[in-house]
Write a protein that binds this ligand. Structure first.
Ligand code: ADP
Ligand code: F6P
Length: 322
């Protein structure tokens, strides 16, 4: 009789560390006696019958690489019940008993839909945004922050040389975590994030003026993607303060590159845990990092959780950016 199979896919936006998670899933599953398939380009791979055999060596040398070797995509079709049924039938045809879905909240909804059609699915948080409520950490966040930090450090060199203000937009969709952490680490004068309402005069102009009065001559303002408008902001700062100002949108550079140690280790732990659950016949769960422990939750409960914003960290940032 053919061996039971476990399949793995990446879905939604790519994130550094996804390959480390794929590698962990493939090797853990083989260790536990399963054959493994890679589903290409997220849920599209199940609809287009685009899968590939994975073995111990097909995941060699990928732990160091950004992106995802099995590609990723968004699939509008898969949101419809008829396509979810079609995908589940295809899984049964291939003897797939479990699917690991690496992605964000949207991908979790897909995993729940497929679980409802009788195919056990486990979600793993893979997104640079760190915006998934049920977990303290999402794979890719550390690499993205460190990339953003490296870029802002370079921007500071030129801002300092010209006595300028640099207004830098970092990614994160509606989540300010990349902006907050990068802002602290780069020594930003102001940090604007969606979680905390701001007043441009009080939180940016007045802060620049206050630090200028103590001798500061160049300034970094970090703006989360969810706030945006950095071009206009730079112009406004220049008009109000007379300081030559420039805007930079870091963009997709933050999504690429070799994953950091943290992303590789967390991805390896989560991949292993996901396969462990599937091997016990458990599905419809997501893996999370909570208080430094790898845990799992029911998908619906996970999707209902509310994110807790670290206001203490924000207050520290404000206290020391003077
Ligand atoms: P992310 O996983 O990063 O949040 P998306 O929100 O784009 O990214 O979702 C990724 C994919 O997950 C979608 O393109 C779709 O294929 C699937 N998906 C999202 N929401 C649902 C849903 N309600 N039902 C079924 N599949 C969904
Ligand atoms: O979710 C990751 C992310 O990079 C967000 O930070 C950003 O808003 C979005 O994806 C960009 O998506 P796309 O690559 O489709 O432009």
């Amino acid at each position: 009789m053919a061996k039971e199979k476990i399949a793995v896919m990446t879905s939604g936006g790519d994130a550094p560390g996804m390959n480390a998670a794929i590698r962990s899933v493939v090797r853990s599953a083989i260790n536990m006696g399963f054959d493994v398939l890679g589903i290409k380009r997220g849920y599209n791979g199940l609809l287009n019958r685009d899968v590939v055999d994975m073995n111990l060596r097909s995941v060699s040398d990928i732990i160091t690489r950004g992106g995802t070797v099995i590609y990723t995509a968004r699939s509008e079709e898969f949101k419809q019940l008829e396509y979810q049924k079609q995908a589940a039938d295809y899984c049964r045809e291939l003897n797939i008993v479990g699917v690991v879905v690496i992605g964000g909240d949207g991908s979790y909804r897909g995993a729940r839909a497929l679980s409802n059609q009788g195919i056990n699915c486990i979600g793993i948080p893979g997104t640079i945004d760190n915006d998934i409520a049920c977990t303290d950490y999402t794979i890719g966040f550390d690499t993205a922050m460190n990339t953003a930090l490296e870029m802002v450090d370079k921007i500071r060199d030129t801002a300092a040389s010209h006595d300028r203000c640099s207004v830098v937009e970092v990614m994160g969709r509606n989540c300010g975590d990349i902006a907050l952490q990068t802002g602290i680490a780069c020594g930003a004068t102001a940090i604007l994030i969606p979680e905390v309402p701001h007043d441009l005069e009080k939180d940016v102009i007045a802060k620049i003026e206050a630090t200028r009065s103590t001798g500061k001559k160049h300034f970094i303002v970090i703006v989360a993607e969810g706030i945006g408008g950095v071009e206009d902001m730079a112009k406004y700062i220049q008009v109000r303060t007379g300081i030559d100002s420039r805007a930079t949108i870091l963009g997709h550079v933050q999504r690429g590159g070799s994953p950091t140690l943290r992303d590789r280790v967390v991805a390896s732990q989560m991949g292993h845990k996901a396969v462990e659950l599937l091997s016990q016949g458990i599905g419809n769960r997501v893996i999370s990092l909570k208080d430094n422990k790898i845990v799992d939750y029911d998908i619906t409960k996970a999707l209902e959780m509310k994110r807790e914003f670290d206001i203490e960290l924000f207050n520290i940032a404000m206290d020391i950016s003077i």
